[in-house]
Design a protein around this ligand. Structure first.
Ligand code: GLV
Ligand code: MN
Ligand code: MN
Length: 417
């Protein structure tokens, strides 16, 4: 199968590379919410949207938004989106691929002078990863009218509040709710994203449909013991916070691994304040990221792991603190939109494969208000959140072919009324 849109895929890749060159650090891609690099990257995307002829603006949470309006009074809006923020030391495709593929799809519609029965809005969400404020989907929550103003007081590692960062970027925190697309105006939400897992790669299939997105809970843990002299305190008299944390981390791994792939558990950060090689660690803080497509499994694992941590700490005479910092429920993609997407895949000549996403996506926030559908694109060995992330040109071209067919089928459907 030779995909048609290789030229458009080349344009997407060039833009992905250009955006990836804008980073907070040299030699790696890091573009977290509200930083100078983020603002520069966002301006570049806004410039591309403007050049394409979209009605472009930056909203109050920092999303970059471009609208292709349709003339029909009362028409709804199809949102095509993904995010432009990144994790630390990221790959270049997670997020930007969806925004910049959306852009060429819209450019193609403009070139073909298609009359639309709905508005199309392309959005580069400002924060999906949640790396700076430890809370995800900030941009999409605003657009979906799901943003909780209590989040404005959250602080980053340097003590800046989210509210202050929004203001420094030129946003008005009092006007966030004005940026929502109201329920009646959503036609649907379409997100194109790399799979970030190995299934498509192993099955030699370029694209797949997302049926559901796993629920997640993120927990902040603190283990408090007693700092002491590494040379003088006998082993049996220690309250070593790092040993307690380590026992918990390994037990959590063993527990999740024994759960028949129904849950994944990750301790992704570990902080030892005042660490020194000759000091028994008195305090350790870390984060636990827990995910499952089943809410029931997620809840029971959450409870089990909290009790496990508490039991380990009791035995080791360590104070244990467990704080839920964020959660989202498992989400199903819309069956009707997925059917159209499956038809588009078949029509383009590929096998249809359904996938459950373990990764979170902006579609989760939007699903509270609109039907959502997602197309996954194969990435090299499923590697993501890693500079080795890679997507082949022909797979990107296949994604363009399928997405164009999908949007055309939506246009036909709504033209028929
Ligand atoms: C976002 O990439 C997440 O799933 O953590
Ligand atoms: Mn992503
Ligand atoms: Mn990501």
């Amino acid at each position: 199968m030779i995909p048609h849109n290789q030229q458009l895929a080349t344009v997407i890749l060039q833009r992905i590379d250009e955006l990836a060159s804008i980073s907070e650090v040299t030699g790696a891609i890091t573009r977290t919410f509200g930083t100078e690099a983020f603002i520069k990257g966002r301006s570049l995307v806004a410039q591309w949207m403007q050049q394409a002829g979209l009605q472009t603006h930056i909203d109050n949470i920092g999303n970059v938004r471009g609208r292709l309006p349709c003339p029909t009074p009362g028409a709804k809006t199809l949102v095509i989106a993904s995010h432009i923020d990144t994790v630390f030391n990221a790959g270049k495709f997670d997020g930007p691929l969806g925004v910049l593929t959306g852009l060429v799809l819209i450019e193609q519609l403009i070139e073909q002078k298609k009359t639309l029965p709905f508005h199309i809005e392309l959005i580069g969400f400002s924060d999906e990863e949640g790396c700076r404020f430890h809370t995800t989907y900030l941009g999409s929550k605003v657009v979906a009218g799901q943003f909780d103003n209590n989040l404005l007081g959250k602080q980053d590692a340097a003590g800046n509040t989210l509210g202050d960062v929004i203001k420094a970027m030129g946003g008005n925190t009092d006007l966030l709710s004005n940026d929502a697309i109201t329920a009646a105006n959503w036609l649907g939400y379409f997100e194109i994203h790399i799979e970030q897992g190995p299934v498509l790669y192993e099955k030699h299939i370029p694209v797949g449909i997302v049926t559901a997105i796993a629920g997640q809970k993120r927990i902040a843990l603190t283990f408090k013991g007693e700092a002491g002299h590494a040379g003088t305190v006998p082993m049996h008299m220690r309250n070593d916070a790092l040993c307690a944390a380590s026992e918990f981390i390994l037990e959590a791994e063993r527990f999740a691994a024994s759960h028949m792939q129904q849950v994944v558990a990750t301790v992704g950060t570990l902080n030892i304040p005042n660490a020194a090689s000759n000091v028994i660690p008195g305090e350790v803080s870390c984060t636990l990221d827990l995910r499952s497509p089943s809410q029931q499994v997620l809840n029971s694992c959450y409870t089990y792991l909290e009790q496990l941590g508490s039991a380990i700490c009791q035995r080791r005479k360590i104070t244990f603190d467990w704080q839920l910092v964020q959660e989202s429920k498992p989400v199903n993609c819309d069956a009707n939109m997925n059917r159209l997407l499956a038809n588009a895949i078949r029509q383009t000549g590929y096998d249809v494969i359904n996938l459950v996403s373990g990764a979170g996506h902006d579609a989760v926030a939007v699903s509270a208000i609109s039907p959502v559908t997602m197309l996954f694109v194969r990435c090299y060995k499923g590697i993501s959140h890693n500079p080795l992330e890679n997507v082949e040109l022909k797979d990107l071209a296949a994604a363009v072919d399928v997405s164009a067919a999908f949007i055309n089928s939506l246009i036909q459907k709504y033209n028929k009324g």
